[in-house]
Design a protein around this ligand. Structure first.
Ligand SMILES: *Cc1c(COP(=O)(O)O)cnc(C)c1O
Ligand SMILES: [Zn+2]
Length: 447
């Protein structure tokens, strides 16, 4: 299969192109983001998406088993011998009629794409399998990332699986315990900076360029190629029907960026006939995207994004020493690196962004726990978002919706325990305290 992938700067005034074998992560000419592009005319693609289903029969083959690489023709940037896989993407789309009922949606229309089933417990593995394959292609020996938690868990797991040295940067006190435990357990060098995620992000980029270390943040465009497959698996689970809405939490905006790219490519290739609407959910305490889009009217504008708006907001953050705050630690980010690509997705998918208070996110998390497979706080922003968008009439009960649950329920047990034992929300379900006495226990169970 001929490989026609190359890297291209998203800035229309620059548009510089680079070979797929370069590990540069940002345009060296203008500093903007890079995209992976393909010459599709030379690609060997299936005639219809259904054809990918045939790979389910070859699950003893590692690339056909992977929920990312069984779609490899749609992210064909490296030879098979470089592809790194640990069995990611074995996720499910759960139709959840209990939640549909709670939210006033029609039966059969609410689906939860549970990415917590990935090997490291979050969607990040979809991107890491792709980025580590690129790292293998370029012969990288060591890698690093900044993280709110799940990136470091995924990077550490993939790094030790392919024998690479790994350093992860985390902000002090900003990481859920489940995630921190993974980085240490998988043997990563864990560097805790006295600062927040945005500080870590800046440091890791400088460290990587000074020490020639492979960078694994979602700035890395190869990661986003892997994350496209989350959308392929959603439409596969819907028997190759495109839903009306995709709802996803927005942090560094890698997912939202990759989802728009995925749908645009499928539509251009004639593999789907329409593109779903995309709703991105910020937390109120980390609402950069929502503010810029809804208050400042920021748009993709064919790539000519009003950088002045972004720069003046960030200068304001710096002047005020602003640090984002939300219980949804995975989306506690104030300078999202993929902001511009996300604006492109909003245009492609006729999308929108809203920001929601932590209380609504926590209650939605408890609802996913009560009726679904559970999820971590940031993931529940998608379900909280659905509730809000049904309430305000943006989403009709008759529309088909897929909410992406980005991370596993056990990532942040402290928050879950506090929510229930301290009765923080409407679904709090604390343990009942009883004396060690059979009759009293029976009374309580029967009551
Ligand atoms: C990383 C992460 C997010 C944020 O995703 P982006 O692609 O950075 O917007 C949301 N939820 C969880 C659980 C995450 O780990
Ligand atoms: Zn450029």
């Amino acid at each position: 299969m001929a490989i026609t992938a190359y890297q291209k700067c998203i800035n229309p005034d620059c548009g510089a192109e680079f070979d797929r074998t370069e590990a540069i992560f940002k345009c060296p000419k203008c500093g903007d983001l890079l995209d992976i592009q393909y010459d599709w005319s030379k690609a060997k693609l299936p005639e219809k998406m259904e054809d990918f289903s045939k790979r389910w029969a070859n699950r003893n083959q590692r690339l056909d088993f992977s929920g990312v690489w069984r779609f490899r023709e749609l992210l064909n940037f490296c030879e098979d011998e470089h592809k790194v896989t640990i069995g990611e993407g074995q996720t499910i789309l759960q139709q959840n009629d209990f939640i549909a009922k709670e939210l006033g949606m029609d039966k059969g229309n609410v689906h939860l794409q549970y990415e917590g089933l990935n090997p490291s417990g979050s969607f990040k593995d979809n991107g890491m399998t792709a980025a580590f394959s690129h790292a293998s292609l370029v012969g990288a020996k060591s890698c690093a990332c900044a993280s709110t938690g799940n990136t470091s868990a995924a990077v550490s797991l993939y790094a030790h699986s392919c024998g690479m040295k790994c350093t992860v940067f985390i902000g002090q006190g900003r990481i859920a315990f489940g995630k921190l435990s993974q980085a240490m357990d998988y043997g990563a060098q864990t560097i805790q900076i006295a600062g927040d995620f945005d500080d870590c992000m800046k440091q890791v980029q400088d460290v990587c360029s000074k020490l020639n270390i492979y960078l694994l943040n979602s700035l890395n465009p190869f990661r986003l190629e892997g994350q496209k497959t989350i959308m392929y698996r959603i439409i596969e689970s819907l028997n190759w029907q495109v839903p009306d809405w995709i709802i996803v939490p927005g942090g560094n905006l890698g997912n939202s960026s990759s989802f728009g790219k995925a749908f645009k490519e499928l539509k251009d290739l004639g593999l789907i006939d329409r593109i779903p609407c995309l709703a991105i959910i910020n937390a109120c305490g980390a609402d950069t995207l929502s503010y810029l889009v809804n208050q400042r009217g920021l748009k993709w504008n064919s790539g000519w994004v009003e950088s002045k708006e972004i720069n003046s907001l960030y200068a304001d953050f710096t002047a005020k020493k602003f640090s984002p705050h939300t219980i949804a630690s995975a989306i506690e980010i104030s300078r999202p690196v993929n902001l511009k690509k996300c604006l492109r997705s909003i245009e492609i998918c006729d999308g929108l962004v809203i920001d929601l208070p932590d209380e609504e996110i926590k209650d939605a998390k408890a609802m996913v726990g009560k009726y679904g497979l559970g999820c971590e706080p940031a993931s529940a922003a998608s379900v909280a978002g659905l509730r809000r968008l049904v309430q305000d009439g943006t989403i009709d009960p008759g529309e088909k919706v897929a909410c992406v649950l980005t991370g596993h329920a056990l990532k942040d047990p402290d928050l879950t325990v506090n929510y229930h034992t301290k009765r923080e929300g409407v679904l709090s379900n604390p343990p009942v305290e009883v004396p060690n006495d059979l009759d009293k226990i029976i009374d309580i169970i029967k009551a």
